[in-house]
Design a protein around this ligand. Structure first.
Ligand SMILES: [Zn+2]
Ligand SMILES: [Zn+2]
Ligand SMILES: [Zn+2]
Length: 61
């Protein structure tokens, strides 16, 4: 009765009402991407951005 969420975030254990569209694991609002609806493990938005960011630090000739 205490649990409000239907699921439990597979990453942090918080109550969740969403699941990753990719791996279908439970993920709370903190660990699911609003853009692609994937969990942090599957989201490619941030990873793609981080990859670019780190790459941009290196100035190509
Ligand atoms: Zn979480
Ligand atoms: Zn996932
Ligand atoms: Zn994403």
């Amino acid at each position: 009765m205490s649990a409000t969420g239907t699921f439990v975030c597979s990453i942090c254990g918080e109550a969740s009402q969403r699941i990753c569209l990719y791996c279908t694991k439970d993920a709370c609002d903190n660990h699911i991407c609003e853009k692609c609806r994937r969990c942090s493990d599957c989201c490619e938005c941030e990873s793609a951005y981080a990859e670019r960011s780190s790459a941009s630090s290196e100035t190509p000739a």
